[in-house]
Design a protein around this ligand. Structure first.
Ligand code: WT7
Length: 630
């Protein structure tokens, strides 16, 4: 399609892939969409159901508080479920699920609709109303999907907390969101063990006062504490007459909140990113359709967790909006053996598969034989997300998993963007390690400190120049922080927090975060969260956390700790600190290394200079030290 020869190593899509693709001429689509992105997003919205259409596609009268599909009425759940039930999709599988212990469940669109309605009526019976916040804390089980949809159906705002987070993280998120109801599983299976979610929640609730009811989903059957009056069994309520399968959807304004999702930022506490019914719906629907090229007969598997944005957009909402069949797996990729994932791709005939570089690198280490035992010829398109994928892992994914015939969609996006922003589509020529170009209708750039676009192959700040439908609307309860964090470095431009470069062909290459966010195995953690967990330990006076390169995890957490006077350093204490972090934040935040030090490099105003620690650890020049106090 393109006349121009591309530089570097390029993988061209096969005729097979292109002939099937929704978007065959991506350059034409990109051009049309960038000439009039409003029209592009209006036409996409027209593919979905609205109770009432918009007066205006974008309202930018109160920038950066953009509004999309002004005054339109919809409910994302209507488009995820009810709309399909009026078509041939009524009996189509919406969900195929396999538990880590081998249990298995499927649900048609009809069944998912019924269970969601029942669940929604249960929530109503607990007093949940439009605008109320509900925290959800579960593993990867079908009930988490139903819980999210049930909230959205009645206009409640869900706040899902990843099941790998622990007491303090959960507590902080419940408290900040002022949730009225907590939906929790008794536990979750993970690598053959049980994560005691209900027990963790009990501890978090001792410190949080807003929760009136806890709805407990039985997954493991292990005994749990049930507090009379507060805690209720989900399966019991679902069997009562109140749980009728009739539940009208709440008609929502396009801009009404759909969910909040906490993510780590530069400083302080995690912030609640707010997404809305209308724009988020159009963004996730369109991006998944074009990038993973969803067709009626496909079976799709996004191996992320619903507790992160990837799961919200591309396990729950995007796939259901497209009426596809999604597969969900509860447990660890290598349990009981390193072929678990490949065996499921074969057994369920997965066509579209989406995972993270860290998982690919982890599975790559076990060797090709585990993959080659399985027939993975059903695969058509592969995807990657969460951090840059190194060319070695890209090639292994391409050759060994994809058999050299599946284009890899390296999708760059964020909790805040809601949808893929820099991504190929199946017809785009690929370069391993690059997400290629922005999605149609998205305008991005790379700027220097002053806001001037940098030249080819120069590094700079990655920014988004025009609004997009699934963009973050605000930080819940903290609009000032929204403006300050994303819109204050450059006028009218959204700051992503990443650095990047663009090559001579206009392909984007992500370098990494430029703030105090560490991506560990694709998970986003703030140095502040790790440090405050450390400082909450009685032995610790001060702490600094940095991310250093790691072969499998991408980055690993390294910490420098100043002990309180009189505390004796020891290996046991290090182990105790590790456990403490796992208990407060979650096992994902456990540091790779803890080093006891006497002082930390600080600016005169007392800020820890993490870049100095990082440079020292990597044996690099620490750069400008003029602000160093000592
Ligand atoms: C950060 C956002 C959105 C899905 C999961 C992460 C990094 C994400 C890529 C990619 C290079 C990537 C960025 C971004 N990131 N995808 N394909 N290539 N880096 O969402 O937790 O909000 O993290 O993840 O640094 O800013 P998140």
């Amino acid at each position: 399609m393109s006349e121009k020869r591309l530089s570097g190593e390029v993988f061209y899509p096969s005729e097979d892939v292109i002939s099937k693709a929704h978007v065959k001429n991506w350059e034409k689509l990109n051009k049309e969409a960038s000439e009039n992105y409003e029209k592009f997003w209006e036409e996409r919205a027209d593919e979905l159901h609205w109770f009432k259409k918009w007066d205006e596609v974008i309202d930018d009268s109160d920038k950066p508080f953009y509004k999309w599909y002004k005054n339109a009425k919809t409910n994302i759940v209507y488009n995820c479920l009810d709309a399909h039930n009026q078509t041939h999709r009524r009996n189509k599988l919406a969900l195929i699920w396999e538990g880590e212990n081998g249990e298995f469940k499927t649900m048609s669109y009809f069944a998912l609709h019924r269970e969601t309605c029942k669940f929604a009526n249960v929530l109503k019976s607990l007093g949940v109303k439009k605008g109320d916040r509900v925290t959800i804390y579960m593993g990867r089980v079908p009930e988490i999907v139903m819980a999210m949809l049930a909230c959205a159906r009645i206009g409640a705002i869900h706040s899902v907390v990843y099941g790998g987070f622990s007491v303090e993280s959960l507590h902080e998120r419940i408290e900040d969101s002022q949730s009225k109801v907590l939906i929790v599983a008794d536990g979750a299976y993970q690598r053959g063990k049980i994560v005691p979610l209900k027990a963790i929640a009990d501890e978090a609730l001792q410190r949080a006062a807003t929760v009136e009811h806890v709805l407990v989903v039985k997954r493991t059957g292990e005994p749990v504490n049930m507090e009379t009056g507060r805690d209720l069994w989900y399966h019991e309520l679902m069997n009562l007459p109140i749980a009728s399968q009739k539940c009208e959807v709440e008609v929502m304004d396009s801009e009404d909140p759909l969910f909040i999702l906490y993510t780590s930022g530069t400083t302080g506490k995690p912030k609640a990113i707010l997404h809305t019914h209308g724009g988020y719906m159009v963004g996730t629907y369109t991006s998944l359709k074009y990038v993973f090229d969803i067709h009626e007969e496909d079976r799709y598997w996004c191996a992320a967790d619903p507790g992160w944005i990837t799961g919200h957009s591309y396990i729950v909402y995007g796939p259901l909006l497209n009426g596809t069949t999604s597969f969900m797996y509860e447990g660890a990729p290598n349990f009981p053996y390193p072929n678990r994932w490949w065996s499921m791709i074969e057994r369920y005939g997965i066509n579209l598969f989406y995972t993270a570089p860290t998982a690919i690198r982890g599975l790559m280490r076990w060797g090709n034989a585990w993959v080659n035992r399985h027939d993975l010829s059903s695969l058509r398109i592969l995807g990657s997300v969460g951090e840059p994928i190194n060319p070695e892992a890209w090639k292994w994914y391409n050759d060994v998993v994809g058999g050299g015939k599946c284009p890899i969609m390296d999708t760059w996006w964020q909790t805040e963007t809601g949808m893929f922003m820099i991504t190929p589509m199946p017809s785009v020529p690929l370069k391993p390690g690059s997400g290629t170009k922005p999605f149609p209708g998205i305008e991005m750039d790379i700027l220097d400190e002053e806001g001037t676009p940098v030249g080819p192959n120069e590094e700079g700040y990655l920014v988004i120049k025009t609004p997009w439908p699934s963009m973050i609307r605000t930080i819940y309860n903290d609009p000032d922080r929204y403006v300050e964090q994303y819109w204050s470095k450059y006028d009218g431009v959204y700051l992503t927090g990443d650095s990047a470069r663009r090559d001579e062909d206009g392909y984007f290459w992500i370098i990494g975060r430029v703030d105090d966010v560490i991506k560990v195995s694709g998970y986003r953690l703030g140095t502040a969260e790790i440090e405050s967990a450390l400082v909450s330990h009685p032995a610790v006076a001060e702490a600094a956390a940095i991310g250093l390169p790691h072969d499998v995890k991408g980055n690993a957490i390294h910490t420098h700790v100043i002990l309180r006077v009189g505390v004796v350093p020891s290996d046991e204490l290090k182990e105790d600190l590790r456990k403490h972090i796992a208990h407060e934040v979650g096992p994902i935040a456990k540091p790779e290394k803890i080093e006891f030090v006497d002082s930390l490099p600080k600016t005169r105003s007392g800020k820890i200079m993490r870049r100095v620690l990082k440079a020292k650890a990597l044996g690099l020049d620490p750069g400008n030290l003029s602000t160093l106090e000592d």
